[in-house]
Ligand binder design. Structure first.
Ligand SMILES: Cc1cc2nc3c(=O)[nH]c(=O)nc-3n(C[C@H](O)[C@H](O)[C@H](O)COP(=O)(O)OP(=O)(O)OC[C@H]3O[C@@H](n4cnc5c(N)ncnc54)[C@H](O)[C@@H]3O)c2cc1C
Length: 392
């Protein structure tokens, strides 16, 4: 095996998990992150069994089970009346797929991953660094890293771009295609659980459906906080990762949502994200360089699978690299071949879910009738997603 490290660019959920998966297979890893520290961005994140079983396999199970919650069910309700359309069990995921369905604060997951990265021999992590240039030489990939004041060069055995939706790595590889505003925006807020009336059944994951808007609620922080995400249509796109939301707009849009509105009014502030979408990239791997997570395949959050896919990517990459450690280009070509069809399927299903969730009346009546009929079997069609196992 080469003595040179593998460079991972980007320390989001994808990059941190990749570093841990590679180190577990005996590779040396250099993880570089453009930001000078990891910030507490976002709120809740759903971690389905296809992702949680990988993280448990990395030894994170204890820490995660303390920070996460395992909701009893996925409830689907009408937004306006709160009438229950379906209740599908989530508590049985451990038995069905060998791992739990967790919900967790994104910052908690990121911190747990970071703590493990810091405690793992073989991973060097640098904040405030990004990859400025790379060139293939006889000794390996010569990498130029730029920092606040200085440039440094290093040799790497392979490079993995885990640098998110607007990937600089993809640009460096010549893919200049851009993610586009999807026309959706997500509003996210949290409340202490003590402020939530028990009538809301906050220990369940609940999806509320209305015309041109939907909401998802679930507990986070070991059940101490209540997480609420609302997705609305966005008329005028505003650039930027997240911003504070104008609550009055939300109160007006949901004025008939009798059950959820009091909770929405209680929310002290809202973070708003414009959601981006892109056609699936046709190529992720370029010899000993590849892309992973949102850099390769951003997914609209209507299946709660973006981070889960990044975690699956990380495990697959490490598994394949361990098979042909001296020829990363071979491993990366196989990785693309195995992962691209699945990521594309998730991207397309998520896009379709967005349209179905937001159907106007009277089309929503047919949708609700189908959901009612499926009831506890609502998630039965998702074995292909939650029952994922390593291939290759
Ligand atoms: C509203 C919303 C709800 C979501 N809910 C869920 C959910 O419930 N479940 C789920 O699985 N997914 C969910 N997702 C998707 C999930 O958040 C993303 O898919 C996931 O975070 C992608 O991780 P990543 O590591 O690939 O990218 P990112 O998290 O974007 O990380 C990329 C990292 O790279 C760094 N970086 C950027 N450029 C450079 C550079 N040039 N050099 C070095 N570093 C760089 C960035 O600073 C960042 O730290 C949701 C997304 C949204 C918007």
């Amino acid at each position: 095996m080469s003595q040179l490290p593998i460079l991972v660019s980007g320390a989001g959920i994808g990059g941190l998990t990749t570093a841990l998966c590679l180190a577990a297979r005996g590779f040396r890893v250099n993880l570089v992150e453009k930001r000078t520290r990891l910030e507490e961005v976002g709120a809740g994140l759903q971690l389905s069994p296809n992702a949680s079983h990988i993280l448990i396999g990395l030894g994170l199970g204890k820490a995660l089970s303390r920070a996460a919650c395992a909701p009893l069910s996925l409830d689907v309700r009408q937004g306006k009346t709160s009438a229950l359309l379906a209740r599908a069990p989530l508590g049985n995921m451990q038995n069905r797929f060998g791992a739990p369905y967790w919900v967790i604060h994104r910052a908690d997951l990121q911190q747990i991953l970071l703590d493990h990265v810091r405690g793992t021999a073989g991973i060097t992590m640098q904040f405030g660094r990004s990859l400025a240039a790379m060139a293939q030489t006889a000794q390996g990939l010569e990498i130029t890293l730029s920092g606040t004041n200085q440039h440094e060069t290093m040799l790497a055995h392979a490079v993995i771009g885990a640098d998110g939706l607007h990937s600089d790595m993809a640009m460096l590889l010549g893919d200049t295609s851009k993610a586009k505003p999807s026309g959706y925006q997500a509003w996210r807020g949290t409340l202490p659980m003590s402020a939530v009336h028990p009538g809301y059944e906050p220990q369940r994951t609940t999806l509320y459906l209305g015309p041109q808007v939907h909401a998802v609620t679930y507990p986070i922080r070991g059940g101490e906080q209540f997480n609420l995400v609302l997705v609305t249509r966005e008329k005028n796109h505003e650039a930027g990762w997240s911003r504070m939301g104008d609550a009055a707009k939300l109160h007006h849009a949901l004025k008939n949502w009798n059950t959820l509105l009091p909770l929405i009014r209680q929310m002290p502030d809202w973070q708003v994200w414009s959601l981006y979408d892109r056609a699936p990239r046709s190529r992720w791997s370029y010899g000993p360089v590849t892309l992973l997570g949102d850099a390769a395949h951003p997914v609209l959050p209507f299946m709660a699978q973006g981070a889960a896919l990044a975690i699956e990517d990380a495990a697959t990459l490490a598994h394949l690299l361990a098979q042909t450690p001296d020829t990363p280009s071979q491993a990366f070509a196989r990785y693309q071949q195995l992962r691209l069809p699945r990521a594309t399927r998730v991207q397309q299903t998520a896009r379709k879910n967005g349209s179905v969730y937001h159907l106007p009346f009277p089309l929503s009546l047919a949708r609700d009738a189908v959901i009612r009929r499926k009831n506890e079997h609502l998630l039965d069609d998702y074995d292909w997603l939650y029952g994922w196992t390593m291939q290759g």
